[in-house]
Design a protein around this ligand. Structure first.
Ligand SMILES: [Zn+2]
Length: 298
C-alpha cells in the first residue's frame, strides 16, 4: 500500500517541504526563505504554512524533518544550530508531533540526505557508502554494513569538522583547519573573490572555457576534496562516495584530480571506489527525512 510522508528540510537559507510517496516519488514540493532570525516559533509557523500550502495533512502518515546539527535524533531535540539563533536544546520533534498530530522523526540533514541517496538515489543497493555535501559548509552521512551510522546522540558523520591541517583557517565550529574551513563552497567562494571572480559559479563557468586562473582554483578545490575523501575511505571503507551540494555542479571538472589525490594518498586496497554525483539534488535531505519517517527504522 502506498504511504505518504511530509518531508521538511530546515536550512539556514531555505525551508523546503515535499510530499513523498513510499515509492520515492515526490508528489509536491515547495521552498521558501527561512526566517532565520525569527527563532523556533516563527520557523515552526513557516513549517505549518508549507504543510497547508502543499495540500494539508490529510492522507499523510508521518512527518520527517531534517535540520542542521548537532541534534539528538534519539530524543528529537535540536542541541544547537550555529547558523540559526534560538534553537538551543529545543524539543522540535515533540512540538511538531503535537502540531501535526502525526508521528514525527528528526534527523541530522547530512544523515537524512545520505539515507535519501541510499534509498532512492546514487547509493541504491550498496551496503557501504559515504555521502558528502559540499555547499555553504561540508556535511554528510555514512552507511556502513547496510545501516545508517548514527553514533552517540546521533551525531556521527560531521565530516566537515575532520581536521585537515592544525594551523589552517578558522572554522565556523570554533576549531581550525577543518575540512569545511578549507574546502566548503564558502571557502571556495572566498578564494574566487581574492582572484577577482564574482563568485564560485563564475569560476566554474570560466574553468569550463579553459580560463587558467579559474582552472587553477578548481584544481585546488579538487585537491582539498581529495585530501578529505582519502581520509573518509580509510575511516569507512565505502564502495561509493556520493557528492552533493552546490559544489557538486563542478564534480565533472574535479573528478580526475580527486581520483589522483585518492590514488596518491589512500592505501591501495581503498582506492577501488566510485566518486559520483548525488542523484536527488536539492531534494536529498527532504526525501531522506520523509523516507526515514515512512520506512522501518534502520
Ligand atoms: Zn569545524
Amino acid at each position: 500500500m502506498t504511504r505518504l510522508a511530509l518531508g521538511i528540510d530546515l536550512g539556514g537559507t531555505n525551508l523546503r517541504a515535499a510530499v513523498l510517496e513510499s515509492s520515492g516519488s515526490v508528489l509536491r514540493r515547495m521552498s521558501i526563505s527561512t526566517d532565520a532570525g525569527g527563532g523556533p516559533s516563527v520557523i515552526i509557523a513557516q513549517m505549518l504554512h508549507l504543510a497547508s500550502a502543499l495540500g494539508g495533512l490529510e492522507g499523510i502518515d508521518a512527518v520527517g524533518v531534517s535540520a542542521p546539527g548537532p541534534l539528538d535524533s534519539g530524543t528529537g531535540c535540536i542541541i544547537a544550530i550555529p547558523t540559526l539563533p534560538g534553537w538551543e536544546n529545543y524539543p522540535l520533534r515533540q512540538v511538531l508531533a503535537e502540531k501535526f498530530a502525526r508521528p514525527v522523526i528528526l534527523e541530522n540533514d547530512g544523515i537524512a540526505a545520505a539515507f535519501g541517496e541510499w534509498t532512492y538515489g546514487a547509493g541504491r543497493g550498496l551496503s557501504h557508502m559515504v555521502y558528502v555535501t559540499v555547499s555553504t559548509g561540508i556535511g554528510g552521512g555514512v552507511v556502513a554494513d547496510g545501516r545508517l551510522l548514527r553514533g552517540a546522540r546521533g551525531m556521527a558523520g560531521h565530516i566537515g569538522h575532520m581536521m585537515i591541517s592544525p594551523d589552517g583557517p578558522r572554522c565556523a565550529c570554533g576549531g581550525t583547519g577543518c575540512f569545511e574551513a578549507h574546502a566548503s563552497g564558502t571557502a571556495f567562494s572566498a578564494e574566487a573573490r581574492k582572484a577577482g571572480f564574482a563568485d564560485a559559479r563564475a569560476v566554474v563557468k570560466a574553468a569550463r572555457t579553459g580560463d587558467a586562473a579559474a582552472v587553477a582554483l578548481v584544481e585546488r578545490e579538487a585537491d582539498l576534496l581529495g585530501y578529505g575523501f582519502a581520509s573518509l575511505l580509510h575511516l569507512y571503507a565505502p564502495q561509493r562516495l556520493v557528492v552533493g551540494g552546490g559544489m557538486s555542479d563542478a564534480l565533472d571538472l574535479m573528478q580526475d584530480r580527486i581520483m589522483a589525490q585518492i590514488n596518491r594518498l589512500a592505501m591501495p586496497p581503498f582506492r577501488a571506489v566510485d566518486v559520483v554525483r548525488a542523484a536527488l539534488g536539492d531534494n536529498c535531505g527532504l526525501v531522506g527525512a520523509a523516507a526515514l519517517a515512512l520506512l522501518p527504522s534502520i
